[in-house]
Design a protein. Structure first.
Length: 239
């Protein structure tokens, strides 16, 4: 073999090795992407004759576009009045932590008494219609202080909040008042205060705190579908 023949053979072998190395790099990149493949497989576009399996192995297909991420809305920063309101709710919702020495307890129907206390913690002030003597006897409080229906009428007449339906959840915020009509007769059967609003994509979930089924983050949806099927939720948006 002449010197020029030997040089030609060396060049040819080097070219084959280089092509083979390129094919190995393509395979490594495809393999690292397989774990993120969430859609139908696409055939890898590799035509190197040194690696024919590149076009035949479906496991080495390139990934499709990943699914769009679901948007989760961050919780808003609470104002000082609302933070004080929520702090009060979370401190006094359990039976063993009822603030009964000051406000008393309305037997097994203490929901509005507790909601009224939370509104005081937020900064609302009593008047001739909505008041409690704060003497430890909740039955001495006015009807608007201890009745869900009377409380509803008081808020509407006083103009302290804006009425919202359950179809307006996008306007509900932490610190707002939630009321329920379990039998859809037009009155109000239960009252709580919103403690959480979660927005995931187009879905809005609302939780509330209250007495009479003591809770800190009770689901509105559970209340009207599991606890009281067919019930309706209403809200008061408090400025």
């Amino acid at each position: 073999m002449t010197r020029w023949q030997r040089l030609g053979l060396t060049t040819a072998v080097g070219a084959v090795l280089a092509v083979g190395a390129t094919a190995l790099v393509v395979q490594a990149l495809e393999g690292s992407a397989e774990s993120t493949n969430t859609g139908p497989a696409k055939t890898a576009q590799v035509t190197d004759a040194a690696t024919p399996a590149a076009t035949d192995d479906p496991a080495r297909a390139t990934p499709t576009e990943p699914a769009a991420a679901v948007e989760v809305e961050a919780a808003p920063v609470l104002s000082a009045p609302v933070a004080a309101q929520v702090d009060y709710l979370l401190a006094h919702w359990p039976l063993e932590n009822y603030n009964s020495a000051e406000w008393g307890v309305l037997g097994e129907n203490d929901c509005v008494n507790f909601a009224s206390q939370a509104m005081i913690a937020r900064g609302w002030t009593m008047d001739s219609v909505w008041s409690s003597p704060k003497n430890g006897n909740a039955y001495d409080a006015s009807a608007a202080w201890r009745s869900s229906t009377a409380f509803m009428k008081y808020i509407a007449q006083a103009g302290k909040a804006t009425a919202l339906t359950d179809q307006q959840r996008d306007q509900v915020k932490v610190g707002d008042i939630v009321q329920f009509d379990w039998d859809n007769t037009g009155d109000r059967d239960h009252t709580g205060i919103v403690t959480r609003v979660e927005k995931v994509g187009e879905t809005i979930s609302i939780s509330f705190a209250g007495h009479t089924l003591d809770s800190d983050y009770r689901s509105v949806d559970t209340a009207i579908t599991v606890d009281h099927p067919g019930g309706t939720a209403y809200y008061w948006s408090v400025p």
